[in-house]
Write a protein of this length. Structure first.
Length: 551
């Protein structure tokens, strides 16, 4: 007698999983069969004239709308520029779409005639419906060709401004739009070739019509039912994993409200002390020329160091000190904003993007140090850690409770879709948010400038003046932002809209100075970097609360 060894826990778990999946498969399949049978019984009570007339009317609206407004709607929804349209014209797609619009116009009116004729039980009505259904199938097939080719042509024309991610997004969005018309088109096309429809309109088919053969094949699953059902499940699972789940994860769910600290009173500005540098007296240097009665000395420019001396003579050192009785915002001694949230925690949110290291120096030991210093300087509560989210998630915050600022940094390429461009523009211009950008080195400067040019083509970079309000509350920076490593410049730049900074761009890697150890800079320079971060956050809070609550 052979004794069988018990299965290992792993094999037992796998077997249990297979049994559970098998039951789920059987129950789901049974539910699908029941749903289809129920729909068939329910629709069977509706006369063919109503069913076919409704389908023809729906398709007629789609075809006529495509012919009259399709081109303008696609240009507007896809935000195509004049350059994009020129590229499509060169590829022949504009002319092709023009011909498609004419065809759609004709088919649309055939379908209108078919929607009316569906209620007249003569053979001619069935013929009109068949022509309309077949014509719409042709129109919709060519429309899919346009939706697939257009993004490819734009990508081939300018892969920098229209990258592969934008192309893929257009493909997904276009295919989703196209599928909306596929279901009624297939139903109408299949219905008009059924025996029952032909007999309903007075026809007497001699052979089994194509529609009946297709329906029978779908019900019996053909010659290999196991292969057919497996194909159904495979297609459904691919659709679920590749399309349905990502769309739900990206589009569903809300972000928790961003809480600005609550307070009441008037803003308090810090006091500033000015300390002038004392000049060091240099001893005069005399040279005796034995061959001349004149004493003179011709100093070299490097030896005299004239430029450095002039700079020292005109330089004032400003030492900033905060009042102990006041905090940022409009909160008096308590700090905060009148329309803020009780027990709110200040959050630091980064933007994710493709193509580069958006998470450079992120989290504990890096930019979370700024939040720690923010708490020490303001006594406001802070979040347990820094956060990150995709650009599209900016729209998922509750109304009037979005983040007043978002942070973006890195050292590489930034790749975003047009939908993300549109979201950033909405966030800054309509929602009242601000982008706090920091140059982490590498190619970030050129990539970020290109991103902002796409978001705000009507705005130009402005050197933020040293006496701007962003440098005066709650800490004073009389010479502007500390340059630090100044990867792409010594001055902070900004984009201004309606008198408000919507982008603050530090070109010297201020985030590096926030890190533990401060990347080698002195503690004094690191404190200046922290204070600058506090000023930018305070400015964004002030502007956001003013726009939404009048604070």
């Amino acid at each position: 007698m052979i004794r069988r060894e018990p299965d290992s826990p792993t094999k037992q778990a796998i077997a249990l999983a297979y049994r559970v999946l098998g039951k789920v498969h059987a129950r789901t399949g049974g539910a699908a069969v029941w749903a289809l049978a129920f729909a068939e019984r329910t629709l069977g009570r509706v006369p063919w004239s109503c069913r076919l007339g409704s389908l023809a009317a729906v398709l007629a609206v789609g075809a006529i709308y495509l012919s009259m407004f399709g081109q303008e709607w696609l240009i507007r929804s896809a935000e195509l520029t004049a350059t994009d349209i020129e590229a499509l014209e060169s590829a022949g797609l504009v002319a092709f779409f023009g011909g498609l619009r004419l065809l759609a116009w004709g088919i649309g009116w055939v379908l209108v005639l078919g929607a009316v004729a569906a209620f007249v039980r003569v053979r001619l009505s069935a013929l009109v419906l068949r022509i309309g259904a077949a014509g719409f199938a042709v129109v919709w097939g060519f429309f899919l060709l346009v939706l697939v080719r257009a993004p490819s042509e734009l990508f081939a024309a300018d892969a920098k401004m229209f990258d592969k991610y934008t192309r893929n997004e257009f493909w997904i969005a276009g295919t989703g739009l196209w599928l909306l018309g596929v279901v009624p088109a297939v139903l109408l096309l299949l219905s008009v070739v059924l025996r029952s429809v032909s007999e309903f309109y007075g026809g007497r088919p001699r052979r089994v019509p194509l529609g009946d053969r297709i329906v029978a094949n779908l019900k019996t699953h053909g010659k290999d039912p196991r292969f057919r059902t497996s194909s159904y499940w495979s297609g459904f699972l691919h659709l679920l994993v590749l399309v349905i789940v990502p769309v739900c994860m990206r589009s569903c769910g809300m972000e928790p409200a961003y809480g600005v600290p609550k307070g009441s009173g008037n803003p308090v500005v810090q006091m500033v002390k000015i300390r002038r540098i004392k000049k060091k007296k240099k001893k005069k240097k005399f040279v005796l020329n034995m061959d001349s009665p004149i004493i003179f000395h011709h100093p070299k420019i490097d030896e005299s160091d004239i430029l450095k001396q002039v700079e020292e003579d005109t330089l004032d050192t400003y030492v900033a000190s905060s009042l102990q009785t006041g905090k940022p915002g409009k909160g008096g001694g308590r700090g905060g904003w009148p329309s803020g949230m009780e027990n709110a925690r200040v959050r630091f949110i980064r933007l994710e993007y493709r193509g580069g290291d958006w998470d450079q120096d992120m989290g504990v030991g890096a930019d979370y140090n700024l939040l720690i210093q923010f708490r020490k300087m303001t006594n406001f509560k802070i979040a347990d850690n820094t956060e990150h989210l995709s650009i599209l998630r900016l729209r998922r915050f509750p109304k009037h409770r979005g983040p007043p600022f978002v942070f973006i940094t890195g050292s590489g390429r930034i790749s975003v879709t047009r939908r993300e461009i549109k979201t950033l523009r909405w966030y800054c211009l309509e929602e009242g948010g601000m982008i706090f950008a920091d140059n982490g080195g590498g190619t970030f400067n050129s990539s970020f400038r290109s991103l902002m040019r796409r978001c705000f083509p009507e705005l130009d970079w402005v050197d933020i003046a040293s006496d701007d309000i962003i440098y005066r509350q709650p800490y004073v920076f009389p010479n502007g932002a500390p340059p630090l490593w100044h990867h792409s410049g010594n001055r902070a730049l900004g984009l201004k809209h309606n008198g408000r900074w919507i982008c603050f761009y530090h070109q010297g890697d201020v985030n590096d100075a926030w890190k533990t150890g401060h990347s080698g800079v002195s503690e004094g320079h690191a404190m200046q970097a922290y204070r600058l971060g506090v000023n930018v956050i305070n400015y964004s809070f002030n502007q956001y609360m003013r726009i939404h609550y009048g604070d």
